[in-house]
Design a protein around this ligand. Structure first.
Ligand code: SF4
Length: 418
């Protein structure tokens, strides 16, 4: 019996590794001594696979059977591979057992589509329901929803899961039509809209009636596969930006296409998307969400792809050298945040500290900024190294030479500040 479960675990955990949206930030579910565990905003256990993907220790599919045949997916029905399916009770038992042993702090559950969307979604919801109601489980639960599932099931899922996600799959509608013709973009957009409304309503309700049950307190997220179709980074980031603005999306994840088939609809047959492209998209995403950039400042229709050798913030600064050098003792906060090498935390420290003294390069270095990058964009007095005699290409070359390690691929989770 246990051997069979282990075998399923091997198959279904492996099949889940292509899903990159596994962070647990944003949920607070407190245990009042009557249940098992807590979900906090600090994240569930993560592991890093060889290619740098972040995976949680219990990140599994309910099944890798699927009635669909999406070209980019290892689980598509035409793929000749070992199939398996957990029962609802098996997933519940595994979660509880692993949780009690402190192997995991939550569950990330996705699935291929068994026979139709509702049939599959019902089972996903049942796992979460059993964990919450029978086992009083307070750990983090992230459920992937099945496109086309009924609003009633989506609602029930929100009552038990911390986060729900609806994968948009392809950045463009043409890409979806080409590579996943059985899917319909409306089946993804409608549930996103529903979730947005239900999450906002729940927050309002909780303000007036504290006992209102939680509904997806960690919000919703989505994921798109990058590089399986010929979309540009501009298209990817425009869509992500719309999701953040219109759908209140907590996170958009970018999953570089990993060649898993010889399907001739795939334009880049056999070519994996470089991890660095994923990294650059996450960096650009960070600029959109926290640094006040808009998409057209990062990429344009004329230059629609992010350069791979430099990060998008440096790219913007080099294209806008007319705005530099700046004097950190006088510049506005929004502009200080845009200096390559100065993150949000350091920018806030600079603005706070300059109220009390004139800041020099020594002060800046002590604040933890990446001074080798930042110095090319800073001026003010002699102690802050004016460098304006350099051409854009010289600055670019110097920074690349001085900060070589910073421009190598890094894990998305390590890119909070740059
Ligand atoms: S529906 Fe999902 S699991 Fe099925 S083939 Fe498409 S992407 Fe893969």
């Amino acid at each position: 019996m246990w051997e069979r479960i282990q075998e399923k675990l091997g198959i279904l955990a492996d099949a889940a590794k292509y899903d990159v949206s596994c962070s647990s930030s944003g949920s607070k579910r407190t245990n009042h001594n009557k249940g098992l565990g807590n979900a906090t905003g600090m994240g569930i256990c993560h592991a890093y696979t060889e290619d740098g993907r972040c995976v949680s220790l219990l990140k599994i599919l309910l099944t890798n059977h699927c009635i669909f045949d999406c070209a980019y997916c290892i689980n598509r029905k035409s793929n000749d591979q070992k199939r398996a399916a957990f029962t609802v009770q098996e997933v519940v038992d595994l979660t509880i057992n692993f949780y009690r042993r402190n192997y995991i702090e939550g569950l990330f559950l996705s699935s291929g589509i068994f026979s139709n969307a509702d049939y599959t979604m019902e089972r996903l919801v049942l796992v979460a329901k059993k964990l919450r109601t029978e086992h009083k489980f307070n750990g983090y639960i992230h459920l992937k929803t099945i496109p086309g599932a009924s609003p009633e099931l989506m609602h029930e899922a929100g009552l038990y899961a911390d986060r729900l996600s609806v994968n948009i799959e392809m950045p463009t509608e043409q890409g979806l039509k080409l590579l996943a013709p059985e899917k319909n973009r409306a089946d993804m957009i409608h549930p996103m809209k529903y979730l947005k409304g239900a999450i906002l309503q729940n927050r309002e309700d909780k303000k007036t009636i504290k006992s209102t049950p939680l509904f997806a307190p960690a919000g919703q997220s989505t994921q798109m596969v990058i590089g399986a179709s010929n979309e540009t980074d501009w298209q990817v980031l425009q869509l992500a930006n719309q999701f953040y603005g219109k759908m209140n999306m907590k996170r958009v994840y970018y999953s570089g296409y990993v060649p898993v088939s010889n399907d001739n609809r795939l334009p880049v047959l056999g070519t994996p998307v470089p991890v660095i492209r994923e990294n650059r998209l996450y960096q650009a995403d960070w600029l959109l969400r926290f640094y006040g950039f808009n998409v057209n400042e990062i990429v344009t229709t004329e230059q629609p792809d992010l350069p791979l050798d430099i990060d998008p913030k440096l790219g913007w600064a080099l294209r806008n050298m007319n705005m530099f050098p700046i004097d950190v003792n006088k510049a506005d906060l929004w502009l200080i945040k845009r200096v390559p090498g100065i993150g949000i935390g350091s920018a806030l420290k600079i603005v706070a500290a300059r109220k009390f003294r004139h800041l020099t390069s020594d002060h800046l270095k002590k604040m933890g900024i990446a001074y080798n990058r930042a110095k090319h964009f800073l001026a003010g007095d002699r102690s802050i190294y004016p460098q304006k005699e350099n051409t854009i290409e010289q600055v670019r070359a110097k920074i690349l030479a001085e900060c070589d390690s910073k421009y190598k691929p890094v894990l998305s989770s390590q890119m909070a500040l740059f």
